[in-house]
Design a protein around this ligand. Structure first.
Ligand code: 5RP
Length: 228
């Protein structure tokens, strides 16, 4: 089965957790987009109603608008019933790395405001330990690029400024991203705290203790993992 089909299956399984009347966080990326589209279709065919959604990026907002999904903000709706989002790595305890799509800051804000965060992914995202495949993206104020990069290197990261189409990648909040490559992360909580302590760091892509479930699609079926 092709990867795109697995992404769609995981996302559509997650959408079944949404009930009419809910405030829904819409994630970002090539997996989460299938959830946005499924919500749009269900609103159109009447199987869901009275949904209002908070997009986690400008790209997701544009997709939601295409499907005429009513949008709101955290200012108007500070409590989100359920958020469905993708991930770059999923550890056995459902801690995840996010942000290769560049939306980690808004994603983490929406996840933190959510009663339930459901991660959707294909099986390639499962890892035995965080930091083995994906870098940890760190969103940084441009003014602080060099001191933050040097600080992250002192934590044993190989630090790479994110570039897209030949240009420094700029997030929806006007910041840069430093991708931090580790050879596996022993203590993700300690690393997260250390990264946050550095002035100029806005947020990092370690989403620890946040996901309630991960819905993972593989060619032999879908697994729903639940946080203990
Ligand atoms: C965006 C993200 C994405 O959810 C993550 O990168 C996974 O993306 P994809 O589903 O395209 O693999 O965190 O900031």
């Amino acid at each position: 089965m092709d990867i795109e089909e697995l992404k769609r299956q995981a996302a559509e399984k997650a959408v079944a957790f949404i009930e009419s009347g809910m405030v829904v966080g819409l994630g970002t990326g090539s997996t989460a987009v299938h959830a946005t589209r499924a919500v749009g279709r269900m609103l159109q065919d009447g199987s869901l109603s009275d949904i209002i959604a908070i997009p986690t990026s400008e790209a997701t907002a544009r997709e939601a608008e295409k499907w005429r999904i009513p949008l709101t903000t955290l200012q108007n709706n500070p409590i989100v019933d359920i958020t469905i989002d993708g991930a770059d790595e999923i550890a056995p305890n459902l801690d995840v790395i996010k942000g290769l799509g560049g939306a980690l800051l808004r994603e983490k804000i929406v996840a933190a405001a959510s009663k339930q965060l459901i991660i959707v992914a294909d099986e390639r995202k499962i890892v035995p330990q965080l930091g083995t495949v994906s870098p940890v993206p760190v969103e940084v104020i441009p003014f602080a690029q060099r001191p933050v990069a040097e600080f992250l290197a002192s934590l044993s990261a190989r630090v790479v400024l994110r570039v897209k189409e030949g240009q420094t990648f700029i997030t929806d909040e006007g910041n840069i991203i430093l991708d931090c490559h580790f050879d596996g992360i022993e203590d993700a909580a300690a690393l997260g705290q250390a990264i946050r302590s550095q002035p100029g760091v806005v947020e990092h892509g370690l989403f620890l203790n946040m996901a309630a479930r991960a819905i993972v699609a593989a060619s032999d079926g879908i697994t729903i993992l639940k946080r203990e």
